[in-house]
Design a protein around this ligand. Structure first.
Ligand SMILES: *Cc1c(COP(=O)(O)O)cnc(C)c1O
Length: 354
């Protein structure tokens, strides 16, 4: 039986996407070829790539607004470096809101000193810093919309006087936002869009071409834009499966529709965390993530019982990240409300037993 999959990434994908993807591994649209055997230069694959790129822009409401979507490799972690290589000339401002943000800062610091506009590190990143200034004369401002490990999420974004770059790895396509406020958005596919192996990068073209350094071809966004995201062999299976997920999302009614489901799931999860005296939420309430709910079990003696009960209920992947401990319920787009209900039932059953 299929488990309730709460993994933080790679994570749950829609059943219908898994079925179509597995069929295409055997035979893509009755072509007699597998999706992982066709040439990436074939019409069949070029169509897949173009469809995936167009769907990404369409769902984000960025069609015809000067943006290009790319499906690159190397994970979101490579974007930490690519962003700096492509945009950093003098100095950049970074919001240090979590471990991934800190890793992005570390890569950019290879080039220059980075100015941290604000940090919540002193509180083990349990909140999102607010009320900071972004210097006007810097090259760009970088932030992380959802801090996967700590379970915090930016609810609003600063009115940045300089290009704004956002790592949306763990909440892309999960909620409606005015995406035109960002100049670069990047997201590893494996959190909310597809399997591991590709990273969506959405770029407003006019923010490129402003640095004086030479950029290696593979690291240069312009190379990938000019080649339609096919400069080298793209990760065909990851792109195909991401395309299927984006089609699935569009079929449901797009981001606005899935946002309502995500709100329901988060409301249910957090109300149990708050009402059940055995559990305690980790993140500051105002900054709680709709995607990753982090919480601890107050009484360590109940740990074994709780975990056995979770296992018996078919719940997988609820363990917290080592830097926070406790539990983390990752409730990405493809996770059903029923899966959240299953966890909440176990939590309240534990309360009645204790
Ligand atoms: C997982 C994650 C990353 C790293 O992604 P990779 O694709 O593994 O490099 C970066 N940023 C955030 C916010 C993440 O959740």
């Amino acid at each position: 039986m299929r488990k309730h999959i709460f993994n933080a990434g790679p994570c749950v994908l829609p059943q219908e996407v898994l079925q179509k993807a597995s069929q295409a591994v055997l035979d893509l649209d009755n072509s007699g070829l597998s999706v992982i055997e066709i040439s990436h230069r074939s019409k069949a694959f070029v169509d897949i790539m173009e469809n995936a790129r167009a769907l990404a822009l369409e769902l984000l409401g960025l069609e015809g607004k000067g943006y290009k979507a790319l499906f690159l490799q190397g994970g979101a972690s490579t974007q930490f470096l690519m962003v700096a290589l492509n945009l950093l000339e003098k100095r950049a401002g970074y919001l240090n809101s979590g471990s991934w943000a800190a890793k992005a800062i570390k890569e950019a610091e290879i080039f220059d000193d980075i100015y941290e506009v604000a940090s919540s590190k002193e509180a083990n990143y349990n909140y999102i810093p607010k009320g900071y200034d972004i210097p006007e004369n810097y090259d760009y401002f970088h932030c992380t919309s959802n801090n996967t490990i700590f379970g915090t999420q930016m609810k609003t974004f600063p009115d940045s006087p300089i290009p704004m770059v956002c790592d949306m790895s763990s909440d892309i396509f999960s909620r409606t936002l005015d995406f035109t406020q960002f100049d670069i958005i990047y997201a590893g596919a494996q959190k909310n869009m597809g399997p591991a192996g590709t990273t969506l990068v959405v770029i407003k073209e006019d923010c490129l071409g402003k640095v004086s350094r030479k950029i290696p071809s593979m690291m240069d966004y312009k190379t990938h834009i000019s080649k339609g995201s096919m400069f080298n062999t793209p990760p065909v299976f990851a792109v195909y499966t991401s395309m299927l997920t984006l089609e699935w999302l569009k079929g449901l009614g797009g981001i606005a529709a899935i946002e309502q489901e995500n709100e329901k799931k988060a409301r249910l999860m957090y109300s149990e965390i708050d009402l059940n005296p055995l559990f305690k939420g980790f993140a500051t309430k105002a900054d709680r993530s709709m995607m990753n709910a982090t919480f601890t079990l107050e009484n360590e003696n109940l740990k074994e019982t709780f975990e056995t009960m979770l296992k018996e209920a078919g719940i997988s992947g609820l363990n917290g990240h080592r830097s926070v401990g406790g539990y983390r319920a990752s409730m990405y787009n493809a996770l059903s409300l029923d899966s959240v209900k299953a966890v909440v039932e176990v939590m309240s059953e534990l309360e009645s037993k204790a």
